[in-house]
Design a binder for this molecule. Structure first.
Ligand SMILES: CCCCCCCCCCCC(=O)SCCNC(=O)CCNC(=O)[C@H](O)C(C)(C)COP(=O)(O)OP(=O)(O)OC[C@H]1O[C@@H](n2cnc3c(N)ncnc32)[C@H](O)[C@@H]1OP(=O)(O)O
Length: 193
């Protein structure tokens, strides 16, 4: 079977520019929500993905695969690896564009097994925008920023209004955030920049 992926982005796009208020390269973001499985600091067996701003529209992310992340014995579960890319790409879109967006589509190529104990180094970048559609992609390397290539991912994010989260989120979790806003670890950004 051919491993040549279809053209990307799949539609005509405009260049995605880093928002003028996006944090400078090297800025560490920390978790965006305490209970986020991808980055939350209150999720015991979560991925605890660490992210920081890179050059241009890039984001650098990493997480270490633990015993709690296994699929086959001693190997990371593919769904959790895809989760790491969803999170890393979500941060790429959210932080570099400063717009709220949700994943519409995520495709992942698993190129090499990822053992427990390894650290995955992910770089995500914006590939273009077409209306509300934002295209982004990422690569993940094993144990070093220039380590062996283990995964590639491509995603479509769709820009949404903040109402999306209020209308669809479970009431008790929204109430918990209203009562304790520090659960949202990062302040909201302007949705009409
Ligand atoms: C502080 C910062 C930290 C930020 C840190 C953030 C980190 C978060 C990390 C995790 C991110 C997530 O997991 S987010 C959670 C997982 N994702 C979700 O729950 C999304 C569930 N899906 C939805 O709610 C909806 O389907 C939407 C919002 C994606 C789209 O619905 P809509 O608003 O009605 O818009 P709709 O017209 O359908 O779609 C808009 C355009 O996108 C296209 N489109 C939509 N979905 C697809 C698709 N799967 N494949 C192809 N194309 C698609 C449509 O054809 C259309 O194109 P055209 O007609 O305009 O050409």
């Amino acid at each position: 079977m051919s491993r040549v992926p279809p053209p990307w982005p799949p539609v005509e796009v405009e260049t995605a520019h880093r928002h003028p208020d996006a944090p400078p390269p090297g800025t560490k973001f920390g978790p965006h929500y305490a209970h986020c499985f991808g980055c939350g600091d209150e999720v015991e067996h979560g991925l605890h993905l660490q992210t920081e701003a890179g050059e241009g529209t890039a984001i650098h992310a990493q997480f270490t695969v633990t015993e709690a992340h296994q699929g086959a014995p001693g190997l990371a579960h593919g769904g959790l690896l895809a989760c790491a890319f969803d999170e890393a790409l979500g941060v790429t879109v959210g932080q570099q564009l400063r717009r709220p967006a949700v994943t519409g589509r995520l495709e992942t190529d698993f190129l090499a097994p990822v053992p427990v104990g390894s650290t995955l180094h992910i770089v995500g970048t914006l590939d273009g925008i077409a209306g509300r559609k934002v295209y982004a992609s990422a690569e993940g390397r094993l144990d070093a920023p220039d380590g062996p290539l283990a995964l590639r991912a491509r995603a479509l994010f769709v820009i949404v209004d903040f109402r999306h989260f209020v209308e669809h989120g479970r009431a008790e979790d929204l109430r918990a955030v209203a009562e304790n806003p520090s659960l949202l670890r990062q302040s909201r950004f302007d949705i009409n920049p």
